[in-house]
Design a protein around this ligand. Structure first.
Ligand code: ADP
Ligand code: TRP
Length: 315
């Protein structure tokens, strides 16, 4: 029986944090045996915020190392760069022609950018349509992401529907796959953990860095249980184990934070060590990307041929 298809992407925008891991990356590992998986590095998506070629190169390799360190098996998963498959940008253009500006103006990412900047780049405005192309080329059944990406997967769904209505059945409608418990992992200040808020715990942090992050968690003194400490701790241990400990140490914030440091170190240390091992083998990373690009190209070009036929440019 054919396996169902999973697809997701990560931008090469810097060090991943435990919010990225629990919200999205862990699902890729957990599901890699069950699904035919496509994971790609969304380098063209990152270009609107990362315009430094050295950093771009380093980060792209970094994402592969991150994936390998968390246990992605490149024999099971097609791991590739978005920029290697020109069909992504080609299909994006075709989708642009069936998408209206008022529709895209409702996207959260654009509205957020507009609130910060006076002049938003066209790439940021069009971001969800490139993402729709990323997704729809591979006909995935599920797209595992954190809650902040839900609207983008819905836009991909709408775009598929619009294309199918205009040109005939071509694209499968994708579903976001969001685990409720980790849909929004909170940061050290209680807000959503995000690179842009400076409230993260890096996934491959060294011990001292973990300590610094945890000691900086904002504690709320209105109850005996420090909410923000508990929320992060609960990613690592179930409530049945944690609640008795938090009850026993009620009000002892420092001790609870020290315990969290130790639990985080136990969880992070093996990942950190694995990443260091892979860092010594960059040729392996390049080989994985080359093989991944070849495999992805086959699927994407087949779909693109179908699209060209449907829209009538194949004469
Ligand atoms: P950031 O906000 O830190 O820049 P990204 O936009 O690079 O994170 O997100 C990469 C993936 O991790 C996406 O699937 C996103 O939904 C998920 N993710 C990011 N932050 C969180 C979080 N705090 N909780 C759950 N998932 C998250
Ligand atoms: N926009 C996603 C993020 O910022 C990355 C991404 C790009 C993606 N294309 C995708 C995720 C397709 C899932 C599917 O995290």
């Amino acid at each position: 029986m054919l396996k169902k298809v999973l697809l997701s992407g990560l931008q090469p925008s810097g060090k991943p944090h435990i919010g990225n891991y629990f919200g999205a990356m862990k699902q890729f590992v957990d599901l890699q045996n069950e699904y035919d998986s496509y994971l790609f590095i969304a380098d063209y998506h990152a270009l609107h915020s990362l315009q430094n070629p050295m950093e771009m190169r380093e980060n792209i390799i970094g994402v592969v190392l991150d994936y390998l360190a968390i246990g992605i098996d490149p024999k099971k998963v097609t791991l590739f760069q978005q920029s290697d498959i020109s069909e992504h940008t080609e299909l994006c253009w075709i989708f642009d022609t069936i998408t209206t500006m008022p529709y895209l103006a409702r996207a959260h990412a654009y509205k957020d950018a507009l609130a910060k900047d006076k002049e938003v780049d066209v790439g940021t405005f069009n971001y969800p349509i490139l993402m729709a192309a990323d997704i729809l080329l591979y006909s995935p059944d599920i797209v595992p992401v954190g809650a902040d990406q839900k609207q983008h997967v819905e836009i991909a769904r709408d775009t598929a529907q619009k294309f199918n209505n205009t040109f005939g059945e071509t694209f499968k409608l994708p579903e976001p796959f969001i685990k409720d418990e980790v849909a929004v992992v909170p940061g050290t200040d209680g807000k959503k953990m995000s690179k842009s808020y400076g409230n993260t715990i890096p996934l491959f942090a060294e011990y001292e860095e973990i300590k610094k992050c945890v000691m900086g968690i904002v504690t709320d003194s209105s109850t005996g249980i420090p909410k923000n400490v508990y929320a992060i701790h609960n990613l690592l241990r179930p409530a049945s184990e944690l609640l008795p400990i938090y009850k026993e140490k009620e009000g002892k914030y420092r001790e609870l934070k020290e315990l969290l440091v130790e639990d985080l170190e136990k969880f992070i240390a093996p990942l950190r060590e694995r990443r260091k091992k892979f860092e010594k083998n960059i040729p392996l990373v390049l080989e994985i990307l080359k093989n991944g690009a070849e495999a992805a190209k086959k699927v994407a070009s087949r779909k693109m041929n179908e699209v060209r036929e449907k829209i009538g440019v194949k004469v």
